[in-house]
Write a protein that binds this ligand. Structure first.
Ligand SMILES: Cc1ncc(C[n+]2csc(CCOP(=O)(O)OP(=O)(O)O)c2C)c(N)n1
Ligand SMILES: [Mg+2]
Length: 337
């Protein structure tokens, strides 16, 4: 019995000792889920234009990893970037306003869903060029060491991002700089099994994605991305080593997205409904609630209160975004170079 409950580094005793932290993590995961559901609804209502890619199903990855965030660290993500921004403490109202293309959105209405940006909170951007941001993250990591800080760069990217040239260029430099302790970077593969409609075994010659980091002398470990306890335990260990050594590390989080690739991916012909239903049995939020309830760390009432609060945060963000003004036309010419 005890063995079954064991996940990497999270025995019953260790869980209880950090009860408050787990509750905070659960609350954040629920906020992400409700926020993402609201964005999908608003897209369908025609309030959000352009692209929209949600994080539903993958919450444990960013949440478990960014629980190790320290002020001064810098975080990069691809275009599936709402969760990271919320986790770093950006105002949910400002994020939603950005998705609505409004002037008081966090990128002043010019970025939209794929290009959130909030340097004050350590978020150095969502990027629409798949895999292009890995080079930026490697360079940032170098700069952080060059300035003699103890901060690190964290870079989230998908399995599909590993097939662009800049992925290899970035990792080669990261491995090289890392040899002399000059690249404190955590690379996080969000392996959700698909790049748009193409499954990993149809887009990657080597399906062991983490192993690709071996080629650049960067240590790598896999983790069950639906198990927030395991993700967090590995992240804590990896981040402590990165801060200490200045060397890069890769976590391959094996996860699954419950929604379509983007809001326009309605039919999803590349996967069956059964597959999605089966994966939903491992909903990271449900898994966490079950575990914390079994361990008597949270009560059903507490979970209900978190749900209600998250719902309210999402609803308030939608109302704020709706009432926000369009961007000033002069805004067209700011922050463009
Ligand atoms: C350089 C580049 N090539 C192609 C695209 C089109 N595109 C957008 S998303 C995507 C798939 C990326 O999949 P993955 O990296 O696994 O991320 P996920 O959507 O699964 O989170 C592609 C090919 C793009 N945006 N940029
Ligand atoms: Mg993917």
């Amino acid at each position: 019995m005890a063995r079954k409950k064991e996940t990497h580094g999270s025995s019953t005793h260790a869980l209880a000792a950090r009860a408050a932290e787990w509750k905070t993590i659960l609350r954040k995961m629920i906020v992400i889920r409700r926020f993402e559901e609201a964005t999908e609804r608003e897209f369908r209502r025609g309030k959000i234009g352009g692209y929209l890619h949600v994080y539903t199903g993958q919450e444990a990855v960013a949440t478990g990893i960014l629980a190790t965030y320290r002020q001064g660290d810098v975080v990069y993500a691809g275009y599936r970037d709402h969760a990271q921004t919320l986790l770093l403490g950006s105002d949910p109202n400002g994020i939603m306003a950005e998705l609505f293309g409004k002037g008081n959105g966090i990128s002043h209405g010019k970025g939209g869903s794929m290009h959130l940006f909030d340097a004050a909170h350590g978020f150095y951007g969502g990027y629409g060029i798949v895999g292009g941001h890995l080079t930026l993250a490697a360079g940032s990591a170098y700069a952080l060491r060059y300035k003699e800080t103890e901060s690190i760069a964290v870079c989230f990217f998908g399995d599909g991002a590993m097939n662009i040239g800049s992925f290899h260029e970035a990792l080669n430099m990261a491995g090289l700089w890392g040899r002399s302790g000059m690249c404190p970077a955590l690379f996080v593969i969000e392996n959700n099994g698909y790049a748009m409609g193409t499954a990993v075994d149809r887009h990657s010659a080597l399906t062991d994605l983490g192993a690709r980091f071996d080629a650049y002398a960067i240590p790598n470990e896999k983790v069950d991305g639906q198990d927030v306890f395991a993700v967090h335990a590995l992240a804590e260990r990896a981040v402590a080593t990165i801060r200490e050594t200045g060397r890069p590390f890769c976590i391959e989080a094996q996860t699954y997205r419950f929604s379509g690739h983007g809001a326009a991916d309605i039919l999803q012909p590349y996967r069956s409904k059964n597959e999605v239903e089966e994966q939903k049995q491992r909903d990271p939020i449900r898994l966490m609630i079950t575990r914390l309830t079994e361990e008597k760390i949270v009560t059903t009432e507490e979970v209900e209160a978190m749900e209600a609060e998250a719902q309210q945060i999402a609803q308030r963000a939608v109302e704020y975004a709706e009432q926000s003004p369009q961007p000033d036309p002069a805004e067209l010419f700011t922050d463009i170079v």
